[in-house]
Ligand binder design. Structure first.
Ligand SMILES: *Cc1c(COP(=O)(O)O)cnc(C)c1O
Length: 368
């Protein structure tokens, strides 16, 4: 792209451009499908059960009030989330998706001459945000598709401002456990902010969720990111939050827009938070669907990365071609060459019929 004539910041001209997938309607039109109803969209780790019915009711009830600005302080939602987590509301800040909070943390902590540490196959957004603030990214190789926390602690230098740990990680679906986290927290120098991105953690039964909130309560320099996009099924609304020591939360408040989270999202998130049944149903769907997919992968002789999240990396060989061929069979998965995994695709776990459609297409495409 030629930006001649614009006095843009030099580093911005060289940023990579995030390419979102095409709208499903457009894919259907290009491939000549009559409707989108029979397409299995298993590309973005969304909740295939949809939003909580209580969240839908709350949105409908809120619609006539949309001429009002939202509650910029997110008073009720911070109180409700704080009660659930056992932290005070002033340790919480809401974002337009947890992606916005990653950006806001970049705004607060990153600039030229600083750096972040992340795992080489962790969520790509961390390095995109670092580049947008002119910071360097130190990408530490994973071991067995899993964060190597010891190596990440050793990779910290005086210029490191943030260490990102996606747990569970997207796109690998792997998780580091309590013992590794505790050992990492003993080693990591006090000057860095550790960000635990827990976008998928609610999919785990509470007894299986690592406890990083204890570090927040102890006042360590730790921020925990959560989102309503995955387990709660509200990806379209864009709402997530960060939990951390009050002093760090205060810094984030200074750089956010006064109305960064919309009013519909605040209402829906509050209702979804109370709907434990929907979370339980979602966990069951994911557990059943994961079994359905992995049993079939084994029968087909396909290697996969065991996952605790609502998606799975499977090795199909020539991932981008397989992705295209699946799409022609009304199944949308995600190619992984962008993550340096050209032989893999990532499949989101859906309802039984979606998964079956995906498996049937995969058998046909791979001839297995
Ligand atoms: C999906 C995802 C998020 C959440 O993004 P939102 O902006 O809240 O929709 C954050 N981190 C990871 C690792 C994810 O996969």
């Amino acid at each position: 792209m030629n930006h001649d004539g614009y006095r843009a910041n030099e580093w911005v001209r060289h940023l990579g451009v995030y390419e979102p997938g095409k709208p499903i309607e457009e894919v259907a039109r290009e491939l000549g499908f009559e409707s989108i109803d029979d397409i299995a969209k298993l590309a973005s780790n969304e909740n295939e059960l949809g939003p909580s019915p209580r969240a839908v009711a709350a949105m409908i009830a809120a619609a006539p009030r949309m001429h009002r600005y939202p509650d910029g302080g997110a008073f009720y939602l911070r109180r409700a989330v704080g009660e659930r987590l056992g932290v005070s509301p002033d340790m919480l800040v809401m974002g337009s998706g947890s992606n916005e909070l990653i950006d806001l943390l970049g705004h607060v902590f990153l600039s030229k001459g600083t750096s972040i540490v992340m795992a080489d196959r962790a969520f790509v957004v961390y390095r995109l945000i670092a580049a947008a603030y002119e910071a360097e990214t130190v990408a530490v190789p994973m071991r067995d598709y899993t964060h190597d926390l010891q190596a990440m602690a050793e990779a910290v230098t005086p210029s490191t401002r943030i260490v990102f740990v996606a747990n569970p990680n997207n796109p690998t679906g792997t998780m580091v456990g309590q013992a590794e986290i505790d050992a990492f927290m003993r080693r990591v120098p006090a000057h860095v902010l550790v960000v635990f991105d827990e976008a998928y953690v609610e999919l785990l039964e509470p007894r299986d969720q690592p406890d990083v909130m204890k570090y927040v309560r102890e006042g360590r320099r730790v921020m925990v990111l959560r989102t309503f996009s995955k387990t709660y099924g509200l990806a379209g609304l864009r709402i997530g939050y960060a939990v951390g020591p009050k002093a760090c939360v205060d810094l984030v408040h200074r750089v956010r827009q006064p109305f960064n989270v919309n009013a519909m999202a605040l209402e829906a998130a509050q209702a979804a938070l109370e709907d434990d049944e929907h979370v339980a149903r979602t966990r069951r769907m994911v557990a059943d669907g994961m079994r359905q997919l992995t049993v079939a992968f084994e029968a087909m002789g396909l290697e996969y990365v065991p996952s605790v999240a609502n998606f799975v990396l499977v090795k199909v060989g020539r991932g981008r071609e397989v992705f295209q061929a699946l799409q022609a069979r009304k199944v949308i998965a995600r190619p992984m060459d962008g993550y340096g995994l050209p032989d893999h695709i990532r499949i989101t776990v859906g309802r039984e019929a979606d998964n079956a459609q995906c498996l049937e297409a995969l058998r046909a495409v791979l001839g297995r």
